[in-house]
Design a protein around this ligand. Sequence first.
Ligand code: RFL
Ligand code: PHB
Length: 397
Amino acid sequence: MTSSSRTQVGIVGAGPAGLLLSHLLALRGIDSVVVENRSRAYCEARQRAGLLEAGTVELLRAVGLGDRMDAEGLEHGGIYLQFAGERHHLNFRDLTGGRWVTIYAQTEIVKDLIQARLAAGARLEFEVSGTEVIELDSDRPVLRFTDAAGTRHEITCDAIAGCDGFHGICRESMPPGLVRVAERGYPYSWLGILATVPPSTDELIYSRHEDGFALHTMRTLQVSRLYLQVPTDEDLTLWSDDRIWGELRHRLGVPGWELKDGPITEKAISPMRSFVASPMRYRRLFLAGDAAHIVPPTGAKGLNLAIADVTALAAALTSLLTQADPGPAVAYSDTCLGRVWRATHFSWWMTSMLHVDPHQDLFGAELQLSQLRYVVGSRAAATTLAENYTGYFPLRW
Ligand code: RFL
Ligand code: PHB
């Protein structure tokens, strides 16, 4: 038996993009249903991004999601760039006229969003299976799925948002030949850890070391997050806790500074990829976040882009569904892709400047070092990094 129902916007995926879209639409009086194939506990525990641009923070505050972020988030006015055994500070506030970033984990944003949506009585379906989006050539696309109890549902929508991540089904459901993909793989991965130890630094440290990149970031004043460049397809079992701390000390070390270690509570390897699919819309099916684009994490842009997409999408759907104005919906893909390509270039540039390519020769290594010296030596070059890192395009809500 299939249960039939109706909503204005069907949303596939309860990551930050799908949940925030549902929240923003509700603020504009638009009804939505969110379907997610994982459990609530899984979505709330999945370790991913941690760094928010100032525009992202201001948006979350403006839409009533700022309380815990303001109490627990850590504001940063710069970063350290390290290479050739020297650590240099870049002061973003000075370089950009006051801009900053905030550390507040994606997992915490997802928890805040799930709580806010459930408190508002929203329909969130976890642990669904067999998700399909059909009737895409009509003005009434249909979202089909089987719920956790095994009942098949068919929801007729005015629009569908594919917020289902890189491996989702929405991008693949667009007509064959429509979507153009531009992509780049990188010949290395990141091994990321979460450790119960206070950060050993006041600002994030991005270190280019001849044995590979390392990053020291954090989650709270009690929890550190650190990353190491490792070979593609590296076997995680080769990395004991002692080996990880030893390698982090080696790549992050400078005279007079010490890395504190502590119990490692999470360890994972993620591949690095750049990927942009366009257009991000087919009629009334809209893609947002990782469903449409992936950046390597070196620029900390993935989550910020997902939030920017759904901010534009909520405005476009409001015009379409409440004012019968299709203009912003038609422009949605172009509106997003300007920001997406800026972030894609920045993430590629940071990644290429800071990692050791296994095929790299002396020429490539010297180019990287020259670029890093230029960034820390020239105010113009430092400003380029700072304004891209803190968020180049303003968010409008
Ligand atoms: P998400 O978070 O992947 O959410 C998509 C959701 O869709 C669900 N889904 C489906 N639901 C129903 N039916 C289906 N058929 C479905 N298929 C998929 C999935 O279960 C999931 O819950 O995408 P969204 O919302 O676009 O958010 C994007 C961000 O998550 C992402 O850009 C960042 O986390 C990227 N990223 C990082 N970004 C940073 O800025 N800094 C980082 O340090 C950082 N680390 C990471 C990352 C992404 C990672 N991935 C994708 C594996 C580390 C990792 C490991
Ligand atoms: C993180 O805190 O996980 C993080 C921060 C900055 C990055 C990547 C990851 O560039």
